[in-house]
Design a protein around this ligand. Structure first.
Ligand SMILES: *[C@@H]1O[C@H](CO)[C@@H](O)[C@H](O)[C@H]1NC(C)=O
Ligand SMILES: *[C@@H]1O[C@H](CO)[C@@H](O)[C@H](O)[C@H]1NC(C)=O
Ligand SMILES: *[C@@H]1O[C@H](CO)[C@@H](O)[C@H](O)[C@H]1NC(C)=O
Ligand SMILES: *[C@@H]1O[C@H](CO)[C@@H](O)[C@H](O)[C@H]1NC(C)=O
Ligand SMILES: *[C@@H]1O[C@H](CO)[C@@H](O)[C@H](O)[C@H]1NC(C)=O
Ligand SMILES: *[C@@H]1O[C@H](CO)[C@@H](O)[C@H](O)[C@H]1NC(C)=O
Ligand SMILES: *[C@@H]1O[C@H](CO)[C@@H](O)[C@H](O)[C@H]1NC(C)=O
Ligand SMILES: *[C@@H]1O[C@H](CO)[C@@H](O)[C@H](O)[C@H]1NC(C)=O
Length: 446
């Protein structure tokens, strides 16, 4: 169990209700209390967009204009919020929300999202339940699916979609052929598979996942979505065999590959994964302003064209940087510096709205830019929260404190685990039964 907040800190949080009217949050990066207070303000800001408790509200997800993936990202960030601060305010909400979207097969494929769910969307819910397992977040009661089992099911369903029919492999963006984007293979979907594989490898110690992570990295590189500068591009269409690459660079793509590589480095101890962590981190300077060091979404922020999704990407990057600083400690100083240099940008941006603490999209030195939303609050929250990585243990594994259980092996009615031989036997029996059925219907037709 994590320790609860100290009494003075609770008093501070309580006070914050009043002083927030005054506007502007001063964030002292050297004071844990100050950083925790800022994280609380932004987490609270995030939750103002949740309407599940209002009459007619949607349980477990943030609604239009937020696509479903962003709810997964938001609940995952609130697990980290609790883990870093000890504040349990939203824990019950997070648990019930994560369980509300699992779908009939416990794999985050709810029929309600079928008209738009892509591999990337599914993976963000996968990251959230992986975070729950790694942070030893309260396990659901035994009648409910467990965090690790959900994460495994997300991985299994995604891996089964590996598609060699075009571009020599990779995942498509969309899951269902009837959705626009099924003809596109993109970096984020493959980043999702890579990250799930890397985290499951470290958590479970099963090397099959390492093979999958390597295979996904190899493909991303061979198709050119990752180049020799360690830049990650958006994706390409299958009609031209992924040769015509869309060259947008979004913060979350290198972010997820960075963190995934850090998990693999931490688990395998391999110098190659360590080198990849360092190389991606070096390439990321393009996402930090060259004079102030403030993080920005360079593909859309200056032009003011970031869409609703893109406004959350900096939060994903910050989350991934924090994980990396924990799992590959040689990156800590660089990562801490990137995050700390971004804080003044957040301070001067998050002065908007009727509460005077609403964050804008850009943190470059322009004041509040008159935008607001879940992505803006999530991004600010993740940056300040990840200043605290040294205060908490790194993600647990199943052998260091993660208590979540995975997909159980099928058990015979007498309680003995079914072996492969039993399954082969059962398969033969099924086939014989099938042949007999076919035989008898053949006879009926005759
Ligand atoms: C935080 O502490 C470091 C090292 O002690 C110092 O260099 C830095 O100026 C401090 N930052 C602030 C905002 O006080
Ligand atoms: C919504 O209601 C549930 C159940 O009463 C509660 O656990 C949760 O904290 C509430 N969420 C918010 C955001 O107030
Ligand atoms: C390792 O993971 C793979 C992929 O999910 C699975 O098929 C295999 O059974 C696992 N092996 C063990 C020993 O659990
Ligand atoms: C990935 O590529 C490396 C270098 O070419 C190769 O040694 C390795 O076997 C590949 N891994 C997989 C799983 O394809
Ligand atoms: C390549 O993609 C761009 C848009 O990203 C498009 O304008 C161009 O026509 C495409 N070229 C080919 C040869 O498909
Ligand atoms: C893995 O992470 C732990 C926790 O931060 C750290 O103590 C350990 O040194 C890391 N392993 C490697 C190979 O860096
Ligand atoms: C993880 O949670 C389990 C179940 O609540 C608990 O028994 C265990 O002590 C926790 N582990 C850590 C490291 O906190
Ligand atoms: C339990 O069932 C398994 C699978 O049907 C069988 O192989 C095994 O012998 C049984 N064990 C006992 C103790 O009856």
């Amino acid at each position: 169990m994590r320790t609860l907040l100290s009494i003075p800190l609770l008093a501070l949080l309580f006070l914050a209700n009043f002083i927030s009217d005054v506007g502007a949050i001063a964030i002292d990066v050297n004071s844990t209390d100050s950083v925790v207070h800022a994280a609380w303000v932004f987490a609270h800001g995030m939750m103002t967009y949740y309407n599940g408790n209002q009459t007619g509200g949607a349980q477990g997800k943030f609604v239009n204009p937020y696509y479903w993936w962003e709810s997964g990202a938001a609940w995952g960030s609130l697990i980290d919020y609790w883990y870093y601060t000890g504040d349990e305010t939203w824990n019950e909400q997070v648990q019930s929300s994560l369980l509300s979207q699992v779908g009939p097969n416990n794999d985050y494929m709810p029929p309600s999202e079928a008209t738009s769910e892509g591999n990337d969307d599914q993976s963000f819910w996968g990251f959230a339940v992986m975070t729950a397992a790694e942070r030893n977040f309260t396990n659901p009661d035994s009648s409910q699916p467990q965090w690790l089992a959900l994460a495994e099911a997300v991985f299994d369903t995604m891996a089964a979609r590996w598609d060699t029919s075009t571009c020599n492999g990779g995942l498509r963006w969309q899951i269902f052929p009837f959705n626009g984007g099924y003809d596109y293979k993109n970096t984020i979907s493959n980043a999702g598979l890579f990250m799930m594989a890397a985290r499951l490898a470290r958590f479970t110690g099963n090397s099959t996942y390492v093979d999958w992570a390597e295979k996904t990295w190899n493909w991303t590189e061979s198709v050119g979505f990752l180049d020799q500068n360690y830049y990650f591009y958006d994706g390409a269409h299958v009609e031209t065999d992924c040769t015509n690459i869309t060259e947008y660079q979004w913060t979350y793509n290198p972010g997820i590959f960075l963190a995934g590589s850090a998990y693999l480095y931490n688990y395998t101890g391999s110098a190659l994964w360590g080198q990849r962590v360092q190389s991606i981190l070096d390439s990321m300077t393009i996402f930090f302003d060259s004079t102030t060091g403030i993080m920005y979404e360079q593909a859309c922020e200056i032009a003011g064209t970031c869409d609703v999704d893109q406004k959350a990407f900096k939060g994903i990057l910050a989350n991934c940087m924090g994980l990396t600083a924990q799992l590959a400690p040689f990156t800590y100083n660089t990562i801490y510096q990137h995050l700390a240099q971004t804080v003044p940008g957040i301070e001067q941006s998050c002065v908007g709205g009727t509460d005077s603490v609403t964050c804008g999209t850009t943190w470059l030195d322009v004041g509040w830019d008159n935008t607001w939303g879940l992505g803006q609050e999530l991004s600010a929250m993740e940056v300040v929260l990840n200043l605290l990585v040294q205060n908490v243990p790194a993600p647990y594994t199943s052998s260091t404190g993660g208590s979540s259980s995975g997909i159980a092996a099928p058990v015979a009615t007498n309680g003995t685990a079914i072996t492969t031989a039993d399954r082969a036997g059962a398969g033969i029996i099924t086939s014989v039964a099938l042949l007999m059925m076919l035989g008898s219907s053949w006879w009926v037709v005759l």
